[in-house]
Design a protein around this ligand. Structure first.
Ligand SMILES: [Ca+2]
Length: 174
């Protein structure tokens, strides 16, 4: 037991233990948020923005990688609903890129993205554009929506990490 803890009043210690236990249940720490069956880190909560490369490095240090989607429709919906429920009007880097071959969008776990999936916003991603990284983007037109769009890999952006994602795509963006 540390000196600081040993000098706490018993009631403070109870609260500390309770807080620790609660955090441990919630995806192993207060950086990670349990959404559906997965744990995510939302960098907007720390006002942390980064390029694609740095975002992946930061996610890696936390024990994950950029968030992956299109594996499980229900899980995708959980994530979308969560963002809408929080009212976060942002765009976040997620783990999909067409850097290797234009318009072939590949998730960082190696799966090719289905561009017909309604998770992609209408007319997105743009063909032949220099925007090679995928974002999950909130916008409100009649009602709040969250969709995938393409964007720059180099601008400093918010990002979503997903705990335990194992990448098959090189972390270095050429
Ligand atoms: Ca592109």
């Amino acid at each position: 037991m540390t000196t600081a803890t040993s000098t706490m009043t018993p009631i403070a210690l109870v609260f500390l233990l309770l807080a620790t236990y609660t955090a441990a249940q919630d995806c192993g720490g207060n950086e990670w948020h349990e959404v559906g069956s997965e744990c995510y880190y939302f960098s907007n909560l720390d006002t942390m923005s980064a390029s694609w490369d740095m975002a992946r490095t930061n996610c890696d240090m936390k024990g994950g990688d950029l968030a992956i989607m299109q594996q499980d429709c229900a899980q995708d919906q959980h994530l979308v609903d969560y963002i809408i429920s929080q009212g976060w009007h942002y765009s976040w880097l997620v783990g999909v890129t067409d850097e290797v071959q234009d318009n072939l969008w590949v998730w960082i776990d190696g799966r090719v993205s289905d561009l017909q999936d309604s998770l992609w916003r209408y007319a997105e991603p743009g063909i032949g554009s220099s925007n090679d990284c995928g974002f999950l983007d909130y916008y409100n037109y009649d009602f709040p929506r969250v969709h995938l769009v393409d964007g720059s890999c180099y601008s400093s952006s918010y990002y979503i990490c997903q705990f335990g994602v194992h990448s098959k795509v090189n972390k270095t963006h050429a």
